[in-house]
Ligand binder design. Structure first.
Ligand SMILES: Cc1cc2nc3c(=O)[nH]c(=O)nc-3n(C[C@H](O)[C@H](O)[C@H](O)COP(=O)(O)OP(=O)(O)OC[C@H]3O[C@@H](n4cnc5c(N)ncnc54)[C@H](O)[C@@H]3O)c2cc1C
Ligand SMILES: Cc1cc2nc3c(=O)[nH]c(=O)nc-3n(C[C@H](O)[C@H](O)[C@H](O)COP(=O)(O)O)c2cc1C
Length: 600
C-alpha cells in the first residue's frame, strides 16, 4: 500500500483539487509558480472577510452540518431552531441551505442532519433538487464515515408522504452512511415530533461523539448562519393594509384572478423579486356557521387554545383548516360516527383517495351529520397554515407596497360553490383598508442574475406570471441591458391576458424583447407553453448558448413537467444530444443557477 506522507494528510484540499494543482504546477515555470503563490495569497486575503470563506473554515473543523431543504419555510424554521438548540448545548454546528451546499463535500462530512420537506408529487423541494440528483446518481461517493439523521416534513393527505426524506434515507444507507436515529416523518402538525426528535438526536450525537472520542471544538468566533433572519416571520407576522383588490380576468373568464396591493409603510419590510408573501387567512363566516349547525354546536361554546379561552366560532375563524379534507380527518370522523359508508370508504385505498379530493369537510358533514361537542370538533381538525403567494412587484418600483396575483380556487360540488380557504378570503373578504397578517418568505433560489446583461427566459402559465412582473419591474429600474423573453399561457386571449398593458409597454420600450403566448382554448387544438417552447426551439437554444438563465413558475404537477420535457427536446434536437445527455446538460444549468423553478 502506498504510504501517505504527512503533507497529504494535513492538506486542506481534496484529491480532485490536489490533482488540478499538480497538473497546473507541471505546466508552470519558476516565475509563474512565484506569481501564482502571490496571486493566491491576495485571493485568500480578499476572501478572509467574506461569509463564504467563513463557511469553508467552519467546514474544516466542524462536527455537525445541518442542511435545510425547504420550499415554504417550515424546514427552514426548524433547521434554524435546531441550529440554535445545538449551539446552546455547545455543539460545533453549521447550518446551510441545500441550494448553497457544495454537495461534493459530502464525502468529508462526519455528522449530517437533513431537515427536508416533500413537494410536488413526492419530490424534494426545488432548492434540494441538485443535491438529490447528485446523491441518487452513480457519481455519489461512498459515505461509510458519515453518520446522519433525517427529519422529513410532509402531509399525510398527499399520496407520497414524506417521500423526499425517505428517498434520501434509503440512498444514504446504500452509500454506507449510518443512521444516528431513525428517520422521523412528520405531518403538518410537526411540533411535537420535532421536539422529540431534536432531543433524541442530541442524546444520540452525545453518545456517538463520546464513544468515538470525537472532540467538539469550543466556539472561538461567532458562528455563521447562511440563512438570514428577518424581523417578521411566520410565527410573528406583520399587520399590513389592503390598498387595492381588483379582479384582472375578463367577465367571461372561467378563471377568477385578483391583483392585490398591500401597504407596508412603516413596517420596515424588505423583499426581493422572487420572494413570496405568506398570508395568514381567516375562514369564511358562512362556512363556519354551516359546520357548527351540522354538528349542533352553539357558536358561543368555549374552548381553550394555547391557554386562552375563546369561542368555537373564533377558533374556527382563525386557528383551524376547514377547506382541506384529509385522510386523517375522515378516519377520525368515521370512527366517531361509526358511519358504515365512511368506514367502507376508508378501507379501499382508491375510493378513499378520490373521496378526499371530491369531498370537502362541509360536504361530508352535510351527508353524514352528527352531534358533537366543540372540543371533539377541534380534535378532528388540523391547525390552520398560512399560504404563500409569489410577489408580483419589485420594491424598487413600488416602494412601500407589495403586490400579489391570486387565482381563486373554486369548485362546484353537488351544486354548491366551495372556495379555497386563503384564495377565497383574499378575493372575496378583503376590502380596501382591511388589515392582513403577512410575512416575507425569501426565495434565494429564484433570483434575477446579478450581472445585468445576462439574458433571461421566463416561463409561466396562469398566476405563474406573477414573479415575472416583479422581474421586469426590477430589470427596468436597474436599467438592465440583458434581453428578456416571456412565455405565458392561459385559456383565452381576450379574458385571461394578465397584465397585458404592462407587457405591451415593456415591448414598446424595448425592454421585453420577446413574448410567446399560448392560448390553450382559443382554437380547436389545445396549445400550451411547452408547444411554444418547441416551436421556438432554435431560438431558445441560441439564447441558452448566449448564457440565458431560464425561470419556470406555476403549476408543479403538470405545467412544470411538460415544460421540462419541452426544454429537454429543444436541447436534444439543437445540440444533437440524446435525451440522457440533454438531461445532464439541463441539470448542469440547474447547478449553475441557470435553470430555476418556483413551482407549486
Ligand atoms: C411558493 C408558492 C408560491 C405560490 N404562488 C401563488 C401565486 O402567485 N398565486 C396563486 O394564486 N397561488 C400561489 N400559490 C398557491 C397558494 O399558496 C395556495 O395553495 C392556493 O391559493 C390555494 O390555497 P387555498 O387556501 O385557496 O385553497 P385550499 O383551502 O388549500 O384548498 C381547497 C381545496 O382546493 C384544492 N386545491 C388547492 N389548490 C388547488 C388548485 N390550484 N387547483 C385545484 N384544486 C386546488 C385543495 O386540495 C382543497 O381540496 C403558491 C404556492 C406556493 C407554495
Ligand atoms: C405544492 C405542494 C406539494 C406538496 N406535496 C407533498 C407530497 O407529495 N408529500 C408530502 O408528504 N407532503 C407534501 N406537501 C406538504 C409539505 O411537505 C408540508 O407542507 C411541509 O411542512 C412543507 O415544508 P416546507 O415549508 O419546509 O417546504 C406539499 C406541499 C405543497 C405546498
Amino acid at each position: 500500500m502506498k504510504k501517505q506522507n504527512m503533507f497529504d494528510i494535513l492538506l486542506p484540499l481534496d484529491s480532485e483539487q490536489l490533482n488540478y494543482l499538480k497538473k497546473l504546477e507541471s505546466t508552470c515555470s519558476n516565475i509563474q509558480c512565484a506569481w501564482l503563490s502571490g496571486y493566491f495569497w491576495k485571493v485568500a486575503n480578499q476572501l478572509s472577510n467574506s461569509p463564504d470563506l467563513q463557511i469553508k473554515q467552519d467546514n474544516l473543523e466542524q462536527t455537525i452540518t445541518i442542511i435545510s431543504a425547504s420550499q415554504t419555510g417550515n424546514a427552514k424554521l426548524l433547521s434554524e431552531r435546531l441550529y440554535k438548540y445545538f449551539k446552546k448545548h455547545n455543539k460545533h454546528v453549521s447550518l446551510i441551505n441545500a441550494l448553497d451546499y457544495k454537495f461534493k463535500k459530502i464525502r468529508n462530512e462526519k455528522i449530517l442532519i437533513l431537515i427536508i420537506s416533500t413537494q410536488g408529487e413526492g419530490e424534494p423541494p426545488e432548492e434540494a433538487f441538485s443535491l438529490y440528483k447528485f446523491i441518487m446518481s452513480k457519481k455519489a461517493p461512498k459515505l461509510s464515515d458519515l453518520h446522519y439523521s433525517i427529519f422529513g416534513l410532509g402531509d399525510t393527505s398527499y399520496n407520497f408522504f414524506c417521500q423526499a426524506g425517505k428517498d434520501f434515507d434509503k440512498r444514504l444507507q446504500e452509500l454506507g452512511a449510518k443512521s444516528l436515529l431513525d428517520r422521523y416523518d412528520a405531518d403538518i402538525e410537526y411540533e411535537n415530533d420535532y421536539i422529540k426528535w431534536s432531543k433524541e438526536l442530541l442524546v444520540s450525537i452525545n453518545n456517538y461523539t463520546t464513544e468515538k472520542n470525537i472532540t467538539v471544538p469550543s466556539f472561538k468566533k461567532e458562528d455563521y448562519s447562511v440563512i438570514p433572519q428577518s424581523h417578521y416571520n411566520k410565527a410573528n407576522p406583520a399587520t399590513a393594509i389592503i390598498l387595492m383588490n381588483q379582479k384582472i380576468t375578463g367577465r367571461n373568464s372561467n378563471k377568477d384572478v385578483h391583483h392585490i396591493e398591500i401597504d407596508i409603510s412603516n413596517l420596515n419590510i424588505n423583499y426581493k423579486p422572487g420572494d413570496a408573501l405568506g398570508v395568514w387567512y381567516k375562514n369564511d363566516t358562512n362556512l363556519i356557521n354551516k359546520i357548527l349547525e351540522l354538528l349542533s354546536i352553539p357558536i358561543s361554546d368555549k374552548i381553550t387554545i394555547n391557554n386562552n379561552i375563546v369561542t368555537i366560532f373564533d377558533a374556527l375563524k382563525n386557528h383551524f383548516e376547514l377547506t382541506n379534507n384529509t385522510k386523517n380527518l375522515v378516519k377520525k370522523y368515521a370512527n366517531f360516527t361509526k358511519n358504515t359508508f365512511l368506514n367502507n370508504i376508508i378501507s379501499n385505498d382508491i375510493y378513499f383517495h378520490n373521496y378526499i379530493i371530491e369531498t370537502p369537510l362541509v360536504k361530508m358533514l352535510y351527508d353524514y351529520p352528527c352531534k358533537m361537542s366543540a372540543e371533539q370538533l377541534i380534535n378532528l381538525l388540523r391547525p390552520l397554515t398560512p399560504r404563500l403567494y409569489s410577489i408580483s412587484s419589485s420594491q424598487d418600483e413600488t416602494n412601500e407596497e407589495i403586490h400579489i396575483t391570486v387565482g381563486v380556487v373554486k369548485k362546484i360540488i353537488s351544486g354548491y360553490l366551495h372556495l379555497g380557504g386563503a384564495s377565497g378570503y383574499l378575493s372575496q373578504s378583503l376590502k380596501v383598508d382591511d388589515k392582513i397578517k403577512i410575512f416575507i418568505e425569501s426565495n434565494n433560489h429564484f433570483r434575477l442574475p446579478i450581472e445585468k446583461d445576462i439574458p433571461i427566459i421566463m416561463i409561466g402559465s396562469g398566476t405563474g406570471i406573477a414573479p415575472f412582473r416583479a422581474f421586469m419591474q426590477q430589470r427596468d429600474n436597474d436599467g438592465s441591458k440583458g434581453k428578456n423573453w416571456i412565455f405565458f399561457g392561459n385559456p383565452h386571449f381576450t379574458e385571461d391576458f394578465l397584465y397585458q398593458i404592462e407587457w405591451q409597454q415593456y415591448i414598446k420600450k424595448g425592454l421585453l424583447n420577446k413574448m410567446s403566448l399560448a392560448w390553450s382554448q382559443d382554437q380547436k387544438h389545445k396549445v400550451y407553453i411547452q408547444d411554444k417552447i418547441r416551436e421556438n426551439g432554435k431560438e431558445v437554444w441560441s439564447w441558452i448558448q448566449d448564457g440565458a438563465q431560464i425561470y419556470v413558475c406555476g403549476n408543479a404537477s403538470k405545467m412544470a413537467k411538460d415544460v421540462e420535457k419541452a426544454l429537454l427536446d429543444v436541447i436534444s434536437k439543437n445540440a444533437g444530444m440524446n435525451l440522457e445527455d440533454a438531461d445532464e446538460f439541463l441539470n448542469n444549468l440547474r447547478l449553475n443557477q441557470r435553470y430555476k423553478r418556483d413551482v407549486y
